[in-house]
Design a protein around this ligand. Sequence first.
Ligand code: SIN
Ligand code: FE2
Length: 215
Amino acid sequence: MQTEIDFSTDGESARVLDDGAMLLRGYAVDDADLLLAAIARISAAAPFRHMQTPGGQTMSVAMTNCGPYGWVTDRRGYRYQSEDPLSGQPWPSMPDEMLNLAVDAAAAAGYPSFKPDACLINRYEPGAKMGLHQDRDEANLGQPVVSVSLGLPAVFLWGGPTRTSPRRRIALHHGDVVVWGGPSRLYFHGVDILAAGQAGGMSNQRFNLTFRVSH
Ligand code: SIN
Ligand code: FE2
């Protein structure tokens, strides 16, 4: 069951989605250009790639990572590892502008001691989507997830504790940040098929930065 899409942004700065989960509207807008420049540098060293799921499907979202650990998936499963499997080299380090933003957003949402050791960078092109899932590959589930949206708007699917829990459809815009932890740390979520943007606007992509404590 799905509820109506909610595009309301008028005057809204923060919204509690559930116990432990908060949407911080526009929180990263002022840092967006720095973040996009950092993504360009990181992906020059560790290119975006379409990973394989354990079941053998190629993901429509292209991914790379920065920080001490990176999230990867292949036929052997989902995991965190300190080297980029493409190069065998450590992932690029996490730039201060990314780390500081994630720490500040977590604190603003009620998680004052967040120190992420992993940043997964997702790149969506029109048609890409992220199926409903839980973030559960982290050893420390006491720490939240901080998720930053840049570029084209997307419809975030925010569910609940089970795969069949009712889902809300929440529009995420350039600069929006979602933080979830505590009672909603393992809530199901995903991203609906990305629609193409208006011609003449920003580049026709969406980036998502997902900060987590993996170890
Ligand atoms: C994810 O949950 O892995 C991605 C979320 C997003 O792209 O907003
Ligand atoms: Fe996720």
